[in-house]
Each structure stands twice: as structure tokens, then as C-alpha cells.
Design a protein around this ligand. Structure first.
Ligand SMILES: [Zn+2]
Length: 582
């Protein structure tokens, strides 16, 4: 009996400690009694046990508390509770034998951070429900679509879903089916013809301006009362090229006085005289968004279609199209958009910066395209964890670069090797060394299994030479004792504007200021570029330790006392790094 009370007290004390750092007896007693009201008669006993347990818990280090929490299943419960609040069950999931979701990007640009939510939400749900996940290219506006964007989307999306498999265990980390909407154009034409034959669509040749006015005023145009035969004839005329772009379009016949303006005989097919990135000149008539998305979702078995909430007024149109065609309906779910504070996310803003030469391209590390973030050293794992914590919320959200950096740091910190990089180097001479100096530095301070590196600093005539950074140099004072990380303790003899004179000290002490350094002999020239905004960056030159010559493009590292960075490439001997964040 006492054991039972003790166990209950422990669970609540651990919860309390996890939440507030320390457990407090009062709330723990309250929780215990809430679980077991019968114990109110034994309150004195309960209080005593809780006091003991709370003291024990508070005396344990944090790691131990985590371990006990794990053992008691407290962490799992907490995590599950949190996830369920963030990722509510899908509506009407039980109506469907198998959940099918999709992400449906238009290949009209390089994917950005904003796309990650549109990808993650349907992907997480498909995997959670053991369902099917599709990647569908909505490529029915050839004027803005390019082949390279299909590939960029495939590549970037795959790196995200693969990361989701690695960090969240959502397998398989890729889509189950790829669909290219434009491959289905003949089928879509068939549905258009069905609507015409049913009297539910008509070809309108009014100029665009008039159509807009009529829709705003709720006025019908003469084309609305054309016969089926006339409409079929005009429709074939559209397909065969008897009309130019903008001269005719197919409209759904609904209600020109509908309170939702998008419902007033919306256009469903239009002429676009521009070669398609896949089909070239084969087609000239393309469906509008509402027609393509609703028919394709229905035909490909989608049960839950997610889209960002600015499409909400279109739900009526899409439902009307499906209804008239007698096609299967499905769940339509809206979610809020993501923007990055202070950074342009839209193509409209990024493109001119690229043309003006301010940005280096779509992979510029200053912008939140997925290519740019990757080049900056932001891992897909960090983006996955960030989006997962944000959940499928319907509210528009702003993400700061600091938040992205926090997730990335947490992911990289235990994993990437450390290097010493000396920015704005100043030469320091260490006098009185007994011979060549050798530093043994750990590749990662907390992970001995990652090994150590030897850095040799040759001495001649009792003098060894290293670089230290200008910012350290200017903070030093004569007489001060410092430690050159992993190498030796030294006393500052004199601080000159362009140099530093140090005296070697034989004993090792780590309770003094520790600074990083690079040997003069074998130092690797390096430049670190820090993005500061979409328009600017800071560039710092310096020397890295000799092992930095082995770094390859794409390597992620932590530069000690400088920040996390990604190797961007080389310019001759010089290693070029992009600083991700501190
Ligand atoms: Zn008309």
C-alpha cells in the first residue's frame, strides 16, 4: 500500500520537477489526492511520503530525473499529450478505408521554407494513419513553369521527408506516388466535355474586363444561354486553335448572383499559348486551379486535401465541380501560412534581388529558399523538428531566423566536429618553449569516440609562432596568464598593435582565459561569410588549423567561439565557409 502511494508520489514529483525545475510538495500532494481521493483519510501519511519523495527527486541531477521519467513512462505520456494537442486527429478519418494525402506544388519556382509546412502536414498524417502520400505537380500554367523547378522540388522535398523518417521515425521517408497533372490533360478535357453536354458549362468569348464586371454585378452574358451544340463547337474551336489566348474560356454554369463571388460562373479552362515544360506545344487549353485540383484529388483517391487557407473561398467552387461531375468528394482542410521574419519568402520579392545581383542566386544563404537554407548549413532535420513542433495550425505563423537557428544548433551541437578558426589573425610569438609544441585536441569535447587531432607547432630557437584573433588580442593585458586551447599556458609579455609576445609556462591551468589559435606553419586560409539580412552579409578572413584543409564542400562544422558553419567551397587554398549561426 505504502509502495503504491510512493510510486504515485514519484510520478507526480517527477512531472512537477520536469515542469518547474524543482518539485514542490504542495502540488504533488494535490495531484496524488486527485488520483486517489480515498487517501484523504490518510493525509498525514501521504504528506510524509510525498515530502520524502520530493526531497529525493530534488537531490537528483537532471539527467537522472530524465532517466526515471523515461522509465515511468512520464515522458512518453507528456510527449503524446503534447503531440495530440498539436496534431489533432483527421476529421472523418474513420469514413475512409485508407487515408490518402498529397502535397501539390506548382513547379514555378524553388521551394522555400513556406513549402515545408505544406509538405510536412500531409506527410505526417499519411504516415501516422498508415496511409498513402502523393507528390503531385500542379503544372497547368506553362507560362511560369520550368523543368528545373520539378527537379528542385523533388530534390528538396525528398531531403525533408527523408529527414522526417530519420528524426521522427515516419517511414518510408518519401512519397508513395508521383503524379504529373499535365499528363492527365486529355482526361480532364473529357470531364470538361461532360460538363458541356450536361449543360453545366459554356464557352464565353467576352473580354476579360467585361467578365470581371459582370461577375461583380451579378449579370449574365449572352453566351450563358448558348445551346450544348454551340458550346461543343466553340470548345473544339478552343482546343484546335481557332481562338487566341484570352479570346475564349470555358465557364462553369452555377449562379451569377451567388453570395460567394468566386462561385459566379467561374472560369474552368483557358487558353495559354506558351510551350509547356514537359509537353511542349501539344496543348493550348489548360484547366484553372479549382478544376484541376478538385478533379485530380478526386481521381487519385485523396481523402484529405490540405491547402493554405487563402483558398477557402474556392471550396464551394471545387465542391460544385465534383458534384456536377458525379465525382467522389473528400475532406478539404485549410492551414495557415509560414513567413520568416524580415526575410522575403515570395518569388516576387526574391527575383528582383537576384536580377539586380544583390543575391547570388536561388541558393543564396541569405534567403529562406530550401536551397539557400541548405547552403547556410540549416539541416533538413532542424526544419522537420521545427515544423513538427508547430503542427498543422490554421493560424498564420511567423518564424524567426533565431528559432530556426535554435533548432539547428540543437541538432548539430552533439554531432559536428570542432575546428579552430582565427578571424582577423594577429601573430603571437611564444618564447621559452622547451621544444616543438604539440596540441592534442578532441574532435568533439563531449564525444571522445570522435577521436582527437594533433596540431604541431614547431619551435626554433625556443620560439613557437601561432595566430590569435584580433578580438582576443585587443582584450589582453601584459602580465595576464592565458591558455592556448589544448596547447600550452602562456603569460602575456607585451601587446603590440600588430603582434603579441608571450612567455611559455610549463604548468597546465584551465582556470584562466582560454583562447583559440592556429599555428603559423600549416595554417589554412579561410573566409567565413555571415548572412546578416537578405541584402547584406559580413565577411571575415583568417586562418584555420591545418586539419581544415581536409574539409569538403557541404561539411558542417563548429568553429570554436565563432559559430556553426557549412563549407561552401574553395577558392584555391582558401576554404570558404558560410556561418550558419552562433
Ligand atoms: Zn460571355
Amino acid at each position: 500500500m505504502d509502495e503504491e502511494i510512493r510510486r504515485l508520489a514519484l510520478v507526480h514529483a517527477i512531472r512537477n520537477a520536469l515542469k518547474y525545475g524543482k518539485a514542490r510538495p504542495g502540488p504533488v500532494i494535490g495531484k496524488v489526492l486527485a488520483d486517489r481521493p480515498d487517501l484523504k483519510q490518510r493525509i498525514a501519511e501521504v504528506r510524509e511520503i510525498v515530502q520524502q519523495v520530493v526531497e529525493e527527486v530534488n537531490s537528483k541531477p537532471e539527467g537522472e530525473i530524465q532517466r526515471i521519467a523515461e522509465e515511468l513512462g512520464v515522458l512518453r505520456e507528456e510527449k503524446r499529450g503534447k503531440e495530440e494537442r498539436k496534431w489533432p486527429p483527421l476529421p472523418n478519418a474513420e469514413k475512409y478505408e485508407r487515408i490518402v494525402t498529397r502535397v501539390a506544388p506548382e513547379p514555378n519556382g524553388y521551394p522555400t521554407l513556406g513549402h515545408v509546412k505544406g509538405l510536412m502536414v500531409p506527410f505526417v498524417y499519411a504516415r501516422r494513419y498508415g496511409g498513402e502520400f502523393h507528390l503531385r505537380f500542379e503544372d497547368t500554367n506553362p507560362r511560369v513553369e520550368r523543368l528545373e523547378f520539378y527537379d528542385a522540388i523533388r530534390e528538396e522535398f525528398l531531403s525533408i521527408t527523408e529527414a522526417a523518417e530519420r528524426v521522427l521515425g515516419l517511414a518510408p521517408g518519401r512519397w508513395d506516388r508521383e503524379i504529373v497533372e499535365s499528363d492527365h490533360l486529355p482526361e480532364l478535357y473529357g470531364y470538361a466535355e461532360q460538363l458541356i453536354r450536361q449543360g453545366d458549362a459554356y464557352v464565353c468569348t467576352c473580354p476579360a474586363r467585361e467578365v470581371r464586371l459582370n461577375r461583380a454585378r451579378g449579370r449574365e452574358c449572352p453566351h450563358r444561354s448558348q445551346s450544348v451544340e454551340e458550346n461543343l463547337e466553340l470548345w473544339h474551336g478552343m482546343l484546335e486553335g481557332r481562338f487566341g489566348e484570352g479570346e475564349a474560356h470555358l465557364r462553369l454554369k452555377t449562379d451569377m448572383r451567388h453570395p460567394n463571388l468566386t462561385m459566379r460562373d467561374p472560369g474552368i479552362f483557358r487558353i495559354i499559348e506558351h510551350p509547356h515544360p514537359i509537353h511542349g506545344d501539344r496543348y493550348r487549353v489548360y484547366p484553372n486551379y479549382d478544376f484541376a485540383v478538385s478533379v485530380m484529388d478526386s481521381l487519385t483517391g485523396v481523402t484529405h486535401a490540405f491547402r493554405s487557407k487563402e483558398f477557402e473561398p474556392h471550396v464551394d467552387v471545387q465542391r460544385a465541380i465534383l458534384e456536377k461531375l458525379g465525382l467522389r468528394q473528400y475532406e478539404m482542410i485549410q492551414f495557415g501560412r509560414i513567413t520568416v521574419e524580415g526575410l522575403p519568402l515570395s518569388k516576387r520579392h526574391i527575383r528582383p534581388l537576384i536580377s539586380a545581383g544583390i543575391l547570388w542566386g536561388w541558393d543564396d544563404p541569405r534567403i529562406p529558399t530550401l536551397k539557400g537554407l541548405k547552403r547556410r548549413g540549416i539541416t533538413p532535420e532542424a526544419l522537420v523538428l521545427l515544423m513538427y513542433d508547430m503542427g498543422p495550425s490554421k493560424v498564420d505563423a511567423t518564424v524567426t531566423m533565431d528559432a530556426i537557428a535554435a533548432y539547428n544548433r540543437k541538432w548539430l551541437d552533439p554531432r559536428v566536429p570542432r575546428y579552430m578558426f582565427v578571424a582577423d589573425p594577429i601573430k603571437a610569438e611564444i618564447e621559452g618553449v622547451p621544444g616543438d609544441l604539440v596540441a592534442e585536441v578532441r574532435v568533439h569535447p563531449d564525444r571522445p569516440e570522435m577521436g582527437t587531432r594533433r596540431i604541431e607547432v614547431p619551435a626554433s630557437d625556443g620560439v613557437a609562432r601561432v595566430y590569435v584573433s584580433w578580438s582576443d588580442h585587443r582584450s589582453l593585458e601584459p602580465g595576464q596568464e592565458i591558455r592556448l586551447r589544448g596547447l600550452a599556458n602562456v603569460r602575456v609579455r607585451s601587446v603590440m598593435p600588430d603582434g603579441l609576445a608571450l612567455t611559455y609556462l610549463p604548468e597546465v591551468r584551465t582556470d584562466v582565459k582560454i583562447i583559440h589559435w592556429a599555428p603559423v606553419e600549416g595554417a589554412v586560409p579561410a573566409v567565413a561569410i555571415s548572412p546578416t539580412s537578405a541584402y547584406s552579409f559580413e565577411s571575415m578572413g583568417g586562418f584555420g588549423e591545418p586539419a581544415m584543409s581536409e574539409l569538403r564542400e557541404g561539411d558542417l562544422v563548429q568553429l570554436i567561439r565563432f559559430g556553426f558553419a557549412r563549407v561552401d567551397g574553395r577558392d584555391g587554398e582558401t576554404v570558404r565557409l558560410i556561418r550558419s549561426h552562433g
